[in-house]
Design a protein around this ligand. Structure first.
Ligand code: PBG
Length: 325
């Protein structure tokens, strides 16, 4: 029955009616809060392009994790800035590495909060690439995968509840699953950065983590932003290799990919609302061009509507506060 019998505005008239038919709701229980922990730091250092996000000492990370937990956020995702970087990214798989130490400290203070350990070498290598280099200066897949598996075991041993490989090497999910199982971590889930695109939106993160590649770029391992079919293929392969959760990253420019990956895999899907997406909103809000609160809530809602079950976002604490108000 067309207009005038059908009038869609009938259900938009009041807040109560709109609430009754709302299809997507935001819940802090679906958020993951990323944090940067720096070795040897006392206190915190602001990250210029990401107002509200700081590099943290271990004790500040414990405090901040506690704040997230108190707001109903179930998980934090840890990135480390080591005291020293080297060609092999040794700091990533050092049992006394910065993320391992921070994980132990956070788990001790907040046992119910989930700690997710990011597995990648780029924050730990002096050349800033996500794996080991060959003499020709290319990132070698298979030797890198061995170190990622070693990193995963080290993080699990430190108490990480979920392992999240972000390096985009082929075969790393299977290798990590085997390594975890061999060490008795059969119950530690893998959240795979399955469709991680070679994106300009990681810029602020690389400043924060000092992980900009010293030469070249990441296009020989991260995905071409133009490819949706390939993103689905990446996700399906990760599922076959044992991924428990698949991720799409960044989020906003790839909402179609989130949808396709969810439809195809049926797995829990995570979407990473990355540093550049955060920086854009903060800069526009600071300039008075956008209202931060409504922009953030609309953005996070769109990511959930696209099919993401889990939203990793630097806005998590603010959004949790706004949702609770
Ligand atoms: C490490 C990693 C990156 C991000 C998460 N893990 C950076 C990159 O691949 O260069 C980006 C997160 C963000 O931009 O918020 N491989």
């Amino acid at each position: 029955m067309p207009f005038p019998a059908t009038r869609l505005r009938r259900l938009r008239r009041t807040p109560a009616l709109r609430g009754l038919v709302r299809e997507t709701r935001l819940d802090p229980a679906d958020f993951v809060y990323p944090m940067f922990v720096e070795a040897g730091l006392s206190g915190r250092t602001p990250i210029g392009s990401m107002p509200g996000v700081d590099r943290l000492s271990i004790s500040e990370a414990v405090n901040e994790a506690g704040e997230a937990a108190a707001l109903g956020i179930p998980a934090v995702l840890l990135f480390g800035i080591p005291a020293e970087k080297d060609a092999e990214g040794t700091g990533a798989y050092d049992d006394e590495g910065i993320v391992q130490l921070a994980t132990r400290a956070i788990k001790e203070a907040h046992p119910d909060l989930l700690v997710i350990g990011d597995v990648c070498l780029c924050e730990y290598t002096d050349h800033g690439h996500c794996g080991l280099l060959t003499s020709a200066g290319e990132v070698d897949n298979d030797s890198s995968v061995d170190l990622h598996a070693k990193t995963a075991v080290s993080l699990a041993r430190a108490g990480a509840d979920i392992i999240a490989p972000s390096d985009m090497m082929d075969g790393r999910v299977g290798a990590i699953r085997t390594a975890l199982d061999d060490e008795g971590f059969t119950d530690t889930p893998i959240m795979a950065y399955s469709a991680k695109f070679a994106s300009a939106f990681y810029g602020p993160f690389r400043d924060a983590a000092d992980s900009t590649p010293a030469f070249g770029d990441r296009r020989a391992y991260q995905m071409d932003p133009a490819n949706g079919d390939e993103a689905v293929r990446e996700a399906v392969l990760d599922v076959e290799e044992g991924a428990d959760v698949v991720m799409v990253k960044p989020a906003l420019p790839y909402l179609d990919v989130i949808w396709r990956v969810k439809e195809r895999t049926g797995l829990p899907v995570a979407a990473y609302n990355v540093s550049g997406e955060y920086a854009m909103v903060k800069a526009a809000a600071a300039a008075g061009h956008l209202d931060e609160r409504t922009t953030v809530l609309e953005t996070l809602t769109s990511i959930r509507r696209a099919g993401a079950d889990i939203v990793i976002t630097y806005h998590a604490k603010d959004a949790a506060r706004w949702i609770q108000q």
